[in-house]
Design a protein around this ligand. Structure first.
Ligand SMILES: [Zn+2]
Length: 69
């Protein structure tokens, strides 16, 4: 069963890498149990309740950035 732990560690390192690359493009979001767009309750660790909310949020952020925030 030790290779499961090894794989988990690899996944975590990989996820961190992805998250860091992502964070440079996106403002840092903290998963607080609520959708960042509509405030709906979401499962632990999720930022949005569905892909529509995620897309709308990202469009909003893009618009804000374009407006020179
Ligand atoms: Zn939502």
């Amino acid at each position: 069963m030790s290779d499961v732990a090894d794989r988990a560690e690899w996944r975590i390192a990989k996820d961190l890498e992805n998250a860091m690359a992502h964070a440079r493009k996106m403002p840092q979001l903290v998963a607080d149990g609520h959708c960042h767009y509509c405030d709906e309750d979401v499962a632990h660790g999720l930022l949005f309740c569905n892909t529509d909310c995620r897309d709308d949020y990202q469009n909003e952020q893009k618009a804000l950035r374009r407006a020179g925030r």
